[in-house]
Design a protein around this ligand. Structure first.
Ligand SMILES: *Cc1c(COP(=O)(O)O)cnc(C)c1O
Length: 575
């Protein structure tokens, strides 16, 4: 496979493209200056030439220049994340379309909370969300969404909406039970879906139903009423996430007042991916406990190892439940891996396993999706995105459908967790879509190149350095452990940790460390240790982690110079 030459879309590690990039930045500034001059031309200027040459003015200017110089100097010590030597976390060189889009929009400072403060920004957001929707396979005419401060907030948006739906269904049942109806089963009821809600709530008094909302009412009183109406102690819903989940899910149960107890993790298989059978067991457990499932989460691109859960198998399982009348919200946390969907349909999709491809193709079946353009979108911080498959799933407020119209046709403030929101991320994502596109020709091929370099470096390390043991990798993240055949896991962990400590002191390469535990990864750890006939004497697996995102790893000269140097560094730190 010939890697896509993304050379015109990045500045280059040595600022090779500086000359024309400078001209583009200059053009953005000139345009901004001219735009201001062109409006309200007859207004008086408050800054006369005399004023701008006065002593106190020049003094202020000099002070600003001086402090700006020291800011620039301080930034020299910032982590150099643009170079292929940086493989630490989920960030790398920013793309030029993203930088230009972000910077040009920043100067106009649109606030996408309202079209009154963002005429162009709001429109750009609509278009950029449609591009991302198409990328994950949603019908862009149906899908809804908005940009967020990051993946964490996007995940919270999903919990908020899943809770909104669940609250409506339970309020309806509670209303009926308290008005002469029968006791109800909270699990069955909470998963009836919007169609059933619309059918059964038709003609009922909305205010009376509002008085049965657990989101609006006093939670303690609500629990007593639910206990009476269901005939069993009300314990609230649970959130089902796989053990490989991001920490944001636990935060969500905390913030939404569910109690962290309501955060149930489904087991992982020995590859570190969600085990659908284990998920089914958790759903059945919730059913038996009479506790609704707020949402089932699957992860496309885990934070630890970039692995892709079988979204397709989770979907099949949930379809089976749905055919039995149990409609469970499915959210795909594709904060990291969603952009791998750009590879689908192109020649380069073979860089992904058939299982990963099937999983990515199934994202389109989810109710909602989290994406992080500030990770594999090569967009500046802070830029996450939350998408729903359709309008119905996007609706949220405290209760009732008053906000539906607003959600679709008007300002976003009522249906976003955040208030003021910059349009810069939307613009960065938009310009990237207009140039690189979110399809297999450019973007997908670039990401295929990052998976290929991960595979390449993995094979070099495994061949050249004794004791390198990698865990399964689906994408461009490589996690490995340094072990001697037959030794105790704790000894290998200690060695791996000490090598990481040496990398932290080594300015030449940045990598990270991650620790998997038996709590989430028992099967993976056991099979990993078995691979080198180790003795499993502790509950942790310490791994070195490299995130190969940098597009210039595709370059032959870069590879020829840096791969041997990286191998030498690792060998050196091992001794
Ligand atoms: C990074 C990440 C998040 C959180 O995103 P932030 O942008 O850091 O808030 C959530 N889920 C997964 C899988 C992630 O990789």
């Amino acid at each position: 496979m010939k890697p896509f030459a993304s050379d015109a879309f990045f500045l280059g590690p040595k600022s090779e493209n500086a000359a024309w990039v400078r001209a583009e930045f200059q053009a953005i500034l000139d345009h901004w200056f001219d735009w201001r001059r062109s409006l309200f031309m007859d207004d008086p200027s408050p800054l006369s030439p005399e004023r701008r040459l006065s002593v106190d003015f020049l003094k202020e200017r000099e002070q600003l220049a001086q402090q700006l110089r020291s800011l620039r100097e301080m930034l020299c010590s910032e982590v150099p994340k643009y170079t292929p030597r940086y493989n630490g976390h989920m960030v790398s060189e920013l793309s030029l379309p993203a930088l230009f889009g972000h910077f040009a929009t920043l100067l106009h400072n649109p606030n996408n909370t309202s079209k009154e403060a963002a005429r162009v920004g709001a429109q750009m957001e609509v278009e950029a969300i449609a591009m991302l929707a198409e990328m994950v396979g949603f019908d862009p005419g149906q899908a809804q969404g908005h940009f967020t401060g990051g993946g964490t907030i996007a995940n919270f948006e999903a919990v908020w909406r899943a809770r909104y739906r669940l609250d409506h269904l339970l309020a309806l049942a509670l209303y009926k039970a308290e008005n002469g109806g029968d006791r109800f089963d909270a699990f069955e009821t909470a998963h009836m879906g919007w169609d059933a809600y619309n059918r059964e709530s038709d003609g009922l008094d909305v205010d009376a139903m509002r008085a049965c909302s657990g989101v609006l009412g006093n939670p303690f009183e609500y629990a007593e009423r639910m206990t009476a109406a269901t005939g069993r102690p009300w314990r609230g819903p649970v959130l089902l996430t796989p053990g490989n989940k991001h920490f944001s899910w636990k935060k969500a149960t905390n913030v939404f007042g569910m109690g962290e107890e309501a955060f149930w993790t489904s087991p992982l298989d020995n590859q570190g991916r969600l085990d659908p059978d284990g998920l089914q067991d958790q759903i059945d457990r919730a059913r038996e406990a009479g506790r609704p499932v707020l949402a089932v989460v699957s992860v496309a691109g885990t934070t630890e190892a970039g692995e892709i859960d079988s979204v397709d198998r989770v979907h099949s399982l949930l379809e089976k439940e749905r055919s039995g009348g149990i409609d469970i919200w499915h959210h795909v946390d594709a904060a990291y891996g969603g952009f791998f969907c750009t590879m689908l349909g192109g020649e380069s999709e073979t860089a992904l396993s058939p299982g990963s491809r099937a999983a990515l193709r199934a994202i389109r079946t989810a109710d909602s999706v989290t994406l992080d353009p500030h990770k594999l979108g090569y967009v500046p911080y802070a830029c996450g995105a939350f998408l729903t498959r359709d309008t119905q799933a996007y609706v949220s407020s405290s209760f009732q459908a008053l906000y539906i119209d607003r959600a679709i046709s008007n300002d976003k403030w009522a249906c976003t967790l955040e208030g003021s929101r910059s349009a810069a991320g939307a613009a960065a994502t938009w310009l990237t879509g207009k140039t690189m596109g979110y399809g297999p020709e450019r973007f997908g091929q670039m990401l295929a190149g990052t998976i290929e370099i991960r595979a390449k470096i993995q094979s070099v390390l495994e061949t050249e350095i004794d004791g390198v043991n990698c865990i399964p990798a689906d994408t461009n993240i490589l996690c490995f452990h340094l072990a001697v055949a037959g030794e105790a896991l704790s000894a290998a962990n200690a060695r791996t940790k000490s090598v990481f400590a040496k990398f932290q002191q080594d300015p030449n390469f940045s990598i990270s460390q991650t620790i998997l535990t038996d709590e989430s990864y028992p099967a993976l750890i056991e099979s990993h240790v078995a691979k080198y006939n180790g003795v499993k004497d502790c509950d942790q697996l310490v791994l070195l982690r490299c995130v190969f995102m940098n597009p210039f790893w595709s370059n032959d000269a870069v590879r020829a110079a840096l791969i041997p140097e990286f191998v030498a560094s690792l060998r050196n730190h091992l001794n």
